[in-house]
Design a protein around this ligand. Structure first.
Ligand SMILES: Cc1cc2nc3c(=O)[nH]c(=O)nc-3n(C[C@H](O)[C@H](O)[C@H](O)COP(=O)(O)O)c2cc1C
Length: 393
């Protein structure tokens, strides 16, 4: 059979349409056109809509920062109490062998809940680790109606409350031409009101270089550790349907890759674990560390104490919300602590144990939450959340 030029063009056209159509379908499948949409993102939009005050307070809690977006929380509520429990099965494996990050994340949720309780007109009496024999019982909150005279709500605390749905971890490059003014640092310092939590800054070039060196080598060590690499990858959600279903984990949208690379990456076949690891370390080395305006470390007196870890989480959430009100971008950089914990778990040489203590230079304080900050070059996108039906039990 002879195919005419016309037939050929028709066939080529059909192929093109099929390929392009397939591409559009894949793009739709992978949520290229639905950023921040679907059930997994609803909690960011409807957090003030639940029927009861206790549910609305929990709805604020679940928007908090938390490790690997594992959302390791369960809430039991009555009209006047909220109990917060750690869900130990949602531990991020050997990335967090001693549940340091888990309890920091629970503390972050507590801070959002405290702000929401105040905004609802309550004063919240929070007891941390209320039951010494139940490690999972992280906090017990009693809500009492506050009179105008006793109301803890102030204008600055209401501003933090309003920032709850706008706070997102920003993993993109920060603006290297825009320095952070001293009054912003002192504003952040003033938020650290807990006696067992202290903030160390790394602002000038040499301090930043020291921090950066440890942060980069920790990221390299982490991906070289197969157990940590695999446990991290467990929380990677590339498939859009899986992401909508689980409503947790780390997504491509949240990587800060920008409006050109992100849709392309979503369109491409899924990255293997090693490629993902390589991309992560490259990003730490070439983007996250060199573009930070400053680094900070939150430290507590006893790194294994859950009460102090919860308090550290409360402080981190407060700092991140304040940063949000000031137009700052922030991101925890926890690989150095993850390596310290891993060394301790495996009983191997404390390479990062020593490097991290040297950074802080005060053996009264143990590093548990390192982070970077600066002004954004790109907006950070939403990460998924499990709704109230999944977390109240
Ligand atoms: C204890 C803790 C450790 C974290 N460590 C990192 C980290 O090393 N790198 C990072 O990019 N994000 C880190 N995060 C941020 C979480 O991944 C992030 O909060 C989570 O994915 C939810 O996203 P969101 O903050 O944008 O709501 C950490 C958060 C917490 C509470």
């Amino acid at each position: 059979m002879k195919i005419s030029r016309r037939d050929f063009i028709k066939l080529g056209g059909a192929t093109l349409i099929t390929v392009a159509g397939g591409g559009v379908l894949r793009a739709m499948d992978q949520g290229v056109f639905s950023v921040g949409q679907g059930i997994a993102y609803e909690p960011w939009k409807n957090w003030r809509n639940a029927d009861s005050p206790a549910e609305r307070i929990v709805a604020a809690g679940i928007l908090a920062s938390n490790p690997h977006n594992s959302q390791p929380w369960l809430f039991r509520i009555t009209d006047s109490t909220i109990d917060l429990f750690a869900v130990l099965e949602r531990q991020i494996g050997v990335i967090d062998p001693f549940r340091r990050e888990m309890y920091i994340g629970l503390g972050c949720a507590l801070e959002n809940m405290r702000l929401a309780a105040e905004a609802e007109g309550f004063s919240a009496d929070i007891r941390l680790m209320p039951d010494p024999i139940t490690e999972a019982h992280a906090a017990s909150i009693s809500l009492a109606m506050a009179s105008p005279a006793t109301s803890p709500s102030t204008e600055s605390r209401r501003a933090l409350y309003s920032a709850i749905p706008n706070r997102h971890t920003n993993r993109a490059a920060y603006d290297t031409t825009h320095a952070v003014a001293e009054n912003i640092f002192s504003g952040i310092d003033a938020l650290v009101t807990e006696n067992d939590v202290r903030l160390f800054w790394f602002k000038d070039e040499s301090a930043r270089a020291k921090f950066g060196e440890v942060a980069i080598s920790a990221a390299e060590a982490l991906i070289a550790d197969e157990g940590q690499s695999m446990d991290s990858h467990t929380w990677w959600r590339q498939d859009w349907d899986e992401l909508q279903e689980s409503a947790d984990g780390i997504t491509l949208d949240a990587q800060g890759l920008g409006s050109v690379i992100t849709p392309l990456a979503k369109f491409m076949p899924d990255l293997s674990r090693p490629s993902n690891d390589e991309a992560f370390v490259k990003n730490v080395r070439e983007v996250m560390v060199p573009t930070a305006a400053a680094f900070g470390i939150l430290a507590i007196r006893d790194g294994m104490d859950n009460t102090q870890r919860l308090q550290c989480g409360q402080v981190w959430q407060r700092i991140h919300l304040f940063g949000t009100t000031q137009g700052l971008a922030m991101q925890p950089l926890n690989q150095m602590c993850e390596r310290v914990d891993r060394e301790r778990q495996l009983g191997i040489e404390a390479v990062f144990g020593r490097a991290v203590s040297e950074l802080v230079g005060d053996d009264q304080w143990q590093t548990i939450m390192p982070f970077r900050l600066g002004y954004p070059t790109a907006e950070a996108l939403l990460s998924p959340r499990r709704g109230l039906d999944k977390v109240i039990g």
